[in-house]
Design a protein around this ligand. Structure first.
Ligand SMILES: [Zn+2]
Ligand SMILES: [Zn+2]
Length: 257
């Protein structure tokens, strides 16, 4: 593994380690391009406070810290400054305005809630309701269509316990859109590392059938999770078993603003 675009920092309040530790670990493990993509700040309304992401006022420190490390480590590793963000239709325009001043390199789409986190449901909540999986797929497709996201993180985060046919039908729509829009889908290595419900082989079979582009993302919330050798092996075995080829090279980044 030589590129990874999915790396968090302490600002999201559920990750550990310094930016420098993530970078040093990446270098030691042969990563040539490290993308940071911490949970983005978002602007909501009223007094709502989101507890799993950086606050808007922390964005400047995030950018400046990484920008100076990028300079410092030039020649050793390439650093890209991105964010992992949801597509929340109601707040998305305000969101883009918030990040605009920083010239962020890329966004990855991590749809942690449906609709949005004030009015919607947590995406990783198990369900057997076909309506839920349909809504989820539609929102991912619409997010991809904004043209703002470089790839989709853990597209298979939703644990569906209903009719397999409904799952295939709705999740195929994500694959079709990804193929058409040329947007890679991420095998989430944190899910694999923690034995979560994702990556879900049923989803990745569809991805293989559709011939979508696939990347692997560490989703590192601690420095040791950056290209952890045993987990890299597990990831490549997972992909191979499903007939998927992981792209391990720098991506053409879609500038969000
Ligand atoms: Zn996280
Ligand atoms: Zn995520």
């Amino acid at each position: 593994m030589t590129v990874n675009y999915h790396t968090h920092t302490v600002r999201c309040r559920h990750a550990t380690g310094t930016e420098r530790e993530y970078i040093e670990t990446a270098i030691a493990r042969g990563i040539k391009l490290l993308g940071f993509s911490d949970h983005s700040p978002y602007v909501f309304e009223g007094s709502y406070y989101s507890g799993f992401r950086m606050r808007p006022e922390e964005l400047e420190g995030y950018y400046k810290t990484l920008d100076s490390l990028r300079e410092e480590y030039k020649g050793e590793i390439e650093i890209k400054i991105g964010l992992e963000a949801e597509y929340y239709p109601r707040f998305f325009d305000k969101y883009l305005k918030l990040i605009e001043p920083y010239g962020i390199d890329f966004l990855i789409l991590g749809q942690h809630f449906m609709a949005n986190e004030i009015e919607g449901i947590y995406s990783a909540q198990p369900t057997s309701d076909p309506e839920r999986i349909r809504t989820y797929a539609t929102q991912i497709v619409e997010g991809m269509k904004t043209g703002k996201f470089t790839y989709v993180a853990h597209p298979d985060v939703l644990p569906f316990r209903g009719e397999p046919e409904a799952y295939r039908r709705e999740m195929s729509r994500i694959c079709e859109a990804a193929k058409e829009l040329d947007i890679p889908l991420e095998i989430n290595m944190l899910g694999l590392r923690d034995n979560r419900n994702y990556p879900n082989p049923e989803f990745w079979k569809l991805v293989a059938e559709h011939g979508c582009r696939v990347v692997a993302g560490c989703d590192a919330h601690s420095p040791d999770a950056v290209a952890e050798p045993v987990n890299v092996r597990k990831t490549y075995e997972f992909a191979k078993r499903l007939g998927i080829k992981i792209e391990d090279k720098p991506l053409a980044l879609r500038k969000p603003t």
